[in-house]
Write a protein that binds this ligand. Structure first.
Ligand code: ADP
Ligand code: MG
Length: 264
């Protein structure tokens, strides 16, 4: 069993405090959904967890089975069992999906002998057309195809904990169902069930994924946690209750005759 513990995590990007003390624990087999308004810091959390350059951790800790994740290079985090499905997957010209997966296996001392076979099995499970498998990684794929490609990699690599940033964006209803079903299956299959931290705006993904816990990330913190019913509630009410302080909250804005026109 694996356990990712995020404790009091604070981080800045571009000089702004974006994460202001995030606490979250994800264990094998659990599905945690993180929802929240645009700009709340959801993608920032995913990038900090995976160690993307440019994000400075200013406080708190992240451990995976007791090991200090923040002290690891990104590739070490991947080897330790963390997987990130990016909101905007990167195109890697010149590198095939299979070559990338084989390299991942070899780097982890796993035999890459059956990678090609695994890729085909996983493509079938999520209805991913085989013609995409021979293209350079993510190159010329639509947004939805990239998300399926990420899910395929997740299936082949079988990590301990997956962070999935807006897995649903760009996917049509049928693709969404298949992808969510695949991820859900990974949380129960095998002797190392997957732990999932999924970032989403929509409860449709969650209908299939059936999260155990739903959290609201706003103002750089987890402001509320609950069960699946919280996602339904948020779909109806929106994030008005969690809004960032607007200039109207901090006092009247003075009229600037030389400023940009407003309200257009
Ligand atoms: P979310 O995924 O919740 O919509 P993000 O984590 O992408 O939000 O962004 C949180 C905030 O951090 C936003 O205000 C965004 O503009 C800012 N931000 C993200 N990346 C950078 C960066 N590289 N430089 C400056 N600001 C950034
Ligand atoms: Mg985002």
């Amino acid at each position: 069993m694996s356990e990712l513990i995020i404790s009091g995590l604070k981080a800045t990007v571009g000089g702004s405090d974006i994460l202001r003390g995030v606490d979250l624990t994800i264990r094998s087999g659990e599905v945690h959904a993180v929802m929240g308004p645009n700009g709340a810091g959801k993608s920032t959390l995913s990038h900090v967890l995976m160690g993307k350059p440019g994000y400075e951790v200013t406080g708190g800790s992240v451990t995976l089975d007791g090991a200090d994740v923040l002290a690891m290079a990104t590739w070490e985090r991947a080897q330790a069992g963390l997987f990130l499905g990016m909101q905007y997957p990167t195109e890697v010209p010149g590198v095939s999906l299979e070559a990338m997966l084989r390299a991942s296996f070899e780097a982890s001392d796993r035999s890459p002998a059956d990678v090609a076979e695994r890729v085909l099995v996983e493509a079938g499970r999520i209805g991913f057309d085989e013609k995409f498998l021979t293209r350079p990684l993510n190159v010329d794929l639509s947004g939805g195809e990239k998300k399926r490609n990420e899910t395929l990699q997740l299936g082949v690599l079988a990590p301990q904990i997956a962070i999935l940033d807006e897995l649903d964006s760009g996917l049509d209803v049928d693709a969404l169902r298949m992808v969510a079903k695949r991820v859900k299956a990974a949380t129960t299959e095998g002797d190392q069930p997957l732990g999932v931290l999924v970032i989403t705006h929509y409860s449709r993904l969650l209908e299939e994924l059936q999260p155990d816990h739903v959290h609201v990330l706003a103002k750089g913190q987890i402001l509320q946690s609950g069960g699946p019913e919280l996602a339904t509630e948020l779909e109806e009410t929106g994030y008005a209750g969690y809004a960032e302080d607007t200039p109207a909250d901090t006092g009247p804005v003075e009229f600037d005759p030389f400023g940009e026109p407003h309200g257009v």
